[in-house]
Design a protein around this ligand. Structure first.
Ligand SMILES: *Cc1c(COP(=O)(O)O)cnc(C)c1O
Length: 473
């Protein structure tokens, strides 16, 4: 199978060719030439499979240039109870993403049992093993450069630590992450992990990454790569747990399930869209945002209008004003018209917006089964309190946004699955504010913040970052 760019001007490539890259050469995002589709009989045969078996069924349809035996080995090595070991319900330790039922027809899919307590481990751990496999084959090296405001950086570092041929240079802002998030990254002592703490804010970290990546000569000479959320392998890996949840929430193939997804870069919900294109009977994909409501505005009005400034909220991992994976969805919505995407994103990239209502494209959104809503700080705390008091379950602020918006679109007789994107222990301040209690942490992380830390503090200086990469590379 080939992958093509949403902007239509880049060469068609195989999975392994796009694995290590970011944007296509024309600035677009790679998507499969066509989505492989599971028949009803094939879906029925997948019921009862464990996570590893499901992952192989789904991913082997999307990855056809890695021999199946190798792919199976990579998947089996990734999705183990040992890696996803923070399952709170120990009876289900082998079920790495248990479906927790709050009441009949209302569920939370626990996706945050990996090493960094956020759902990003689900895809990033696979990415680490795929990268290692690809580099082993070619004998190549990769210097991963990234910027993080919290969860992505730690997930990437835990996935890449100790991997041959890979170094991680992760820029993080001096202020803005929780102490827990900082300690998760800075306590890593692996030789191939470099934490560069920038005396600035997240946007400045991101600007440095862009500046280094735009130096094409430097990028090629030093094998600079990325693991950001547009990476196709990450999105593909995330589609697996929609299958997993659908099987867990239904008894037969003729049942539909709605999913509510706390959203920032549109990666998670894009994976749901792909699962549906592959034949999974999804009724609604509910896009939940926080106060940064660009996506909610689009699904309500047809206007996509990224904001120049991001608001800082108590669900910080969704503080994003430009949803990088959104282009993949609009490509499909618009009937895969690359010229249309070039013109829409031409406007967005020069600080503008687009309105799909005026040209009739927005009418198709209903056919794609999308819904949306947004949440405020007060909504978030209320939801954390209600879920704790009514169901005895503690959820994190991002998951709370998802549940709040999901409930607004719940329909009788249709199971609703809310994606849990982080464990509450990662966002203690919000839990304290809502309930005046301390979330319980996994025992081995009890003294995380007290462990020795290793980090390199730097000014906002592109050349200093380049020099550091050269010296360590
Ligand atoms: C990354 C993240 C999100 C947003 O996911 P997207 O794929 O960017 O939409 C939501 N919640 C948490 C906790 C995250 O880490």
């Amino acid at each position: 199978m080939n992958y093509l760019s949403t902007r239509g001007l880049a060469p068609r490539l195989r999975f392994s060719d796009i694995l290590l890259g970011g944007l296509a050469s024309d600035g677009g995002l790679y998507v499969p030439e066509s989505y492989p589709r599971f028949s009803a009989a094939e879906l029925a045969a997948m019921r009862g499979m464990n996570y590893r078996e499901l992952a192989f069924e789904v991913l082997s349809r999307l990855i056809d240039d890695i021999p199946h035996d190798d792919l199976k080995r990579i998947i089996d090595k990734t999705y183990t109870a040992q890696t996803y070991r923070y399952v709170t319900d120990q009876e289900n330790a082998e079920d790495i993403t248990p479906l927790k039922t709050l009441e009949p027809g209302l569920h939370i899919l626990a996706l945050s049992n990996g090493p960094t307590l956020a759902f990003k481990d689900m895809a990033m751990q696979l990415l680490g093993n795929l990268f290692e496999y690809a580099l082993d084959k070619t004998g190549g090296e990769l210097n991963i450069l990234g910027a993080t405001s919290g969860d992505t950086g730690s997930a990437a570092e835990y996935a890449m630590r100790g991997k041959r041929g890979i170094r991680v240079f992760m820029l993080s802002p001096e202020h803005g992450m929780t102490r827990f998030q900082q300690a998760q990254m800075y306590a890593l002592m692996d030789d191939n992990i470099h934490n560069l703490v920038v005396r600035g804010v997240f946007d400045q970290c991101q600007d440095i990454v862009k500046a280094v990546s735009n130096d094409l000569d430097f990028k090629a000479r030093h094998h600079i790569g990325a693991v950001n959320s547009i990476n196709w392998a990450r999105v593909a890996a995330q589609s697996v747990y929609y299958f997993k949840a659908w099987f867990a929430a239904t008894h037969s193939n003729d049942q539909e399930v709605s999913f509510s997804v706390p959203s920032g870069n549109f990666g998670n919900v894009c994976a749901g869209h792909i699962a549906r294109q592959m034949g999974l009977p999804i009724r609604k994909l509910i896009v939940a945002t926080n106060e940064n409501d660009v996506l909610d505005e689009f699904f309500r009005t047809g206007v996509y209008r990224p904001r120049p400034q991001t608001k800082h909220t108590s669900s910080p991992s969704m503080d994003i004003s430009k949803a990088s994976n959104f282009e993949r969805f609009i490509f499909d919505l618009g009937g895969r018209d690359a010229a249309k995407i070039r013109s829409l994103w031409g406007a967005v990239e020069t600080g503008g917006s687009f309105d799909l209502k005026t040209d009739g494209l927005f009418d198709r959104v209903a056919g794609f089964g999308m819904a949306s809503g947004s949440s405020s700080h007060a909504n978030r705390l209320d939801t954390i309190r209600t879920v704790y008091e009514v169901y005895g379950t503690l959820i994190d602020p991002h998951t709370a946004d998802g549940l709040k918006v999901g409930m607004e679109h719940r329909e009788p007789g249709v199971p609703l699955v809310c994606m849990e994107t982080a464990q509450p222990a990662k966002f203690e301040d919000a839990i304290r504010e809502a309930l005046h209690i301390e979330p319980v942490r996994p025992a081995e992380l009890a003294d995380l913040e007290a462990q020795p830390q290793r980090k390199q503090v730097m000014d906002v200086d592109v050349d200093a970052v380049k020099r550091y990469i050269v010296e360590q590379g």
